[in-house]
Design a protein around this ligand. Sequence first.
Ligand SMILES: C[S@@+](CC[C@H](N)C(=O)[O-])C[C@H]1O[C@@H](n2cnc3c(N)ncnc32)[C@H](O)[C@@H]1O
Length: 334
Amino acid sequence: MNYLEEQIISIGKIRIKNHLADIGIETVRAEIIKGLKAPKKYISSKFFYDEKGSQLFEEITQLAEYYPTRTEKKILSSFVKNSSIDFTDLSIIELGSGDSSKIKLLLKQISQNSLSSIRYFPVDISASAILKSSEELMQEFELKSITGIVADFVHQLNVLPKAGRRLFCFFGSTIGNFRKAEQKKFITELGNEMQAGDALLLGMDMVKDISVLEKAYNDEKGVTAAFNKNILNVINALCNANFDIDDFEHIAFYNQAENRIEMHLKALKEMDVSLNSGFNIIHLRKGEKIHTENSHKFTDKDIKSIEKWGNLKIKNIFTDENRWFKLIYFVKSR
Ligand SMILES: C[S@@+](CC[C@H](N)C(=O)[O-])C[C@H]1O[C@@H](n2cnc3c(N)ncnc32)[C@H](O)[C@@H]1O
């Protein structure tokens, strides 16, 4: 996560631009310190994704317990023939693209004629994820172009390309990482950004049996625990801090009142942590938790709310045999 310098990388038909420098390191440090000084400490889940965090997330998606990726990919693998989307001359903008493995599944189902007219725009906070996935994609598919956008999609929707007919993809139920009020704000802003003819393909993880949910975030190999703790390494790098990840325990549970999995890091001892090379000190009591992620689970009522907030129209809903995950195709008509 490079908040320091604007950077442009060009490799053949791939171009990647870092917009995080427009936010700036001081703003990010202030945001992190605000969360760590709050009565209930928190760190935004966007800080999971440095190079190691992105790799660990890829590992999570392959775990037996982690059903969301497997289920959404199964829905996507037969998506194109069941949808009425015209992919010719389309600009595909994928928010939180990660390893781009889901877009690959989609592209595999499209004819070469259409592929060579498609512009793909992966948008992610993780520059390493965009670079690696763009190179892989260019080797596998003859697309018109790939333009990677390293940006924070919460604050920087304004940097997205405006031209052409656009399909916004937001997979992985990443929308569930936002609190309810943030979901409403984000979808309203995205809806305002969309023009008539644009569309949104949104992946949403549905409410289900608690034991299935809790297992998915407490895997036996401890990969989710390593992913959760790595956020402290990212904070160390961004804020010149001295968190020791071994002083924390990974906690994940389902909060039924809020329909969400919560991940926390629990302090195993009382400690003072230094940030900004000692300029800020954060005190933690033994047992005190830092809230690192929410992963909201959705109902059909929530899908209707998204339609309303974004001023969108639901065209199709695709799901699996258990109805565990839904992929909703929304269109913007005016
Ligand atoms: C839950 S992962 C999903 C990855 C992939 N779309 C999938 O479905 O497997 C969330 C992705 O969004 C990115 N991300 C999280 N918060 C972000 C933000 N505020 N701005 C841009 N990217 C963000 C992360 O780097 C990560 O690649």
